[in-house]
Design a protein around this ligand. Sequence first.
Ligand code: ADP
Length: 370
Amino acid sequence: MAQLLFKDVNKVYPNGYHAVHDFNMEINDGEFICLVGDSGCGKSTTLRMIAGLEDITAGEFYIDGKLANQMSSRERGIAMVFQSYALYPHLTVYENLAFGLMLEGIDADVIEEKVQATAKILGLTDYLERFPRNLSGGQCQRVAVGRALIRKVSIFLMDEPLSNLDAKQRVTMRSEIKQIHRSVGATTIYVTHDQTEAMTMSDRIVVMKSGGYVQQIGTPYELYFYPKNLFVAGFIGEPPMNFLKGKIEGGNFVNEAGLSFDIKPIVKDAASIEGKAVVFAFRPEAIKLAKNGKAGKNEYLIESSVELTELLGDTTNVYANVGDFNVILKVNPHDTPEMGSTFKFCVPYKAAYLYDQETEEAVPSDMKRQ
Ligand code: ADP
């Protein structure tokens, strides 16, 4: 197992592109960390710097307290799983698993033992004599994981390992990888653009934005309930958070849709944002029906016109307009409003967020989210 420390780590590619800016983080022994963000935000670059496949342009990277900037990949004690699996097509599953160990000159009976043990963990025992072309995508991915696992490394790096699988296989492999992590305990850094994967698998998530800027580092709970800025608020959660632009006037949030909400209950210091352009935000799943068209205690009331409804089974997505703003609301299917109708809903104070439009940062609040 290994503890990792990044101090102001930067990557500038030879063509001058600055792909990662001031990455700072401490990763504990055995933690499962996801790097998440849109394509091109610097996730793979960060992973490749950890692996020693890319030079670190500036800053320091430590493994177990030792400066690792110049360490070879081998010295770092890492194994990496790629999106493409990178299996040898002309070798059987057994040989694919054994290959790295054979190169290291390990005894055949030790290899046999390790291959059998790894195959057992991954449910590959019955497939050891098959070639990759005769395996499903999920099985190929298991072999790729097995190849990394068999080397008993202390750092496990995975770059979008599930993106070639179909939705059902992804869900299965997600929990398998988690289980493997639990039993092996290696510090794991996992790159994905899929926030559901990140939310379900991680101890902590690093949200990155294009240009290689870290936006927030936190547990799935922290990122969902306490997003620090508009980017994270919009990135974590599906459907995404609703944003209504407006400004603060006389301690109220007001906007062109005719909303006027006293914001004192939900911010630390209303006076400090007087006159500012802000965004009022709430999650689709956090709203409540307005009983008799009225807000309950500690709730804001919003009127919307319903454009479209989508029954998903356990819930209905309602696409509606609040003035000129589009919102998505999740409601109980039995309470689905008619398309074209007016729908009044409530946002509990504890589910209402305010962001500064200029800085895009959350307006400080003591609100305990639930
Ligand atoms: P992600 O994994 O988040 O999709 P990457 O880390 O692969 O993003 O890439 C980050 C940025 O760096 C992208 O804009 C990409 O085009 C650029 N990039 C990646 N590799 C190189 C390279 N060898 N030279 C120049 N730019 C690169």
